[in-house]
Design a protein around this ligand. Sequence first.
Ligand SMILES: C[S@@+](CC[C@H](N)C(=O)[O-])C[C@H]1O[C@@H](n2cnc3c(N)ncnc32)[C@H](O)[C@@H]1O
Ligand code: SF4
Length: 306
Amino acid sequence: MAPINYDQEGVVFDIQRYSIHDGPGVRTIVFLKGCPLRCRWCSNPESQDPKPELFYKDSSCIHCGKCLPVCPVAALSQDNPGFVDRDKCIRCGACAEACPTDALTRSGKVMTVNQVLQEVRKDATHYRRSGGGITLSGGEPLMQSDFARELLKACHEQGWNTAMETTGFTTPEIIADVMPHVDHALLDIKAIDPAVHMANTGVDNRIILENAIRTAMTSKSVVVRVPVVPGVNDTEQAISDIGNFAKMLPGVETVHLLGYHSYGENKYGLLNRAYPMGDTPDLPKDALPPLKKVIESLGLNCMIGG
Ligand SMILES: C[S@@+](CC[C@H](N)C(=O)[O-])C[C@H]1O[C@@H](n2cnc3c(N)ncnc32)[C@H](O)[C@@H]1O
Ligand code: SF4
């Protein structure tokens, strides 16, 4: 195996400690920026653009104007305080540094594998006791495949367990390159019907379904995950289609059903974007048990949440 490149850089938008979801034991979740999909319900809209970007919180802005002179490309407006011309913005973050009230903040920063390791190491004693480790999420972690691979290799060298939340929309070469370093793959399948998938995520699902087979053949443990979204895949037929696909993946025994929630809605506002789900209510709690039964009737284990 090639030596680990600890200087490999990636763009990280969050590191969450002490998670008891998204893999076994206590975990640190490292969120990588960039995603080729645009799921209408995505709870992490700040993950989608690969580069760092600005959040603007109108209610915190005191209109002091300190952001205006520091922007090197005049992407902010004197007449309309807090307005960010996102096509002009070069993501340097100078305005966020100048902002005294954090009305402007930057999501995403460049980190090396070594810098992420130093952060993750703070939880290492918990990993040992609980069988936990690191989970890469995003965004789509495979969009920064060199960074993901080097970080996973470095975690394994420390003896830490690794997991990845992915939708597998990438090339077969990247699956072969990265997935052998993942102990637990949490593989999202959002819809089997190609038209439904395209309309709600913006991409064709053929490559995802093909890569699901490749992942199942490469990874040590794979769980299929389904965000259950009203009007998209919340019918017994749609869940049965996903269950039947999961069932034929080698080694897959478990499906997680995640009910749609709108927790990410406010972040669309901070990015000056409209929320694509409008006022669609969260999936009612009682919608999931019947769908769990559908999965179990196929001979698979099913867990609500993940
Ligand atoms: C933000 S995604 C990142 C990983 C990868 N891009 C993916 O979609 O699998 C992490 C998990 O959150 C789920 N998720 C995203 N938005 C959600 C929402 N509004 N309600 C419930 N689950 C959601 C995804 O389906 C996925 O299982
Ligand atoms: S694949 Fe994941 S990160 Fe990408 S848009 Fe969909 S939910 Fe968001």
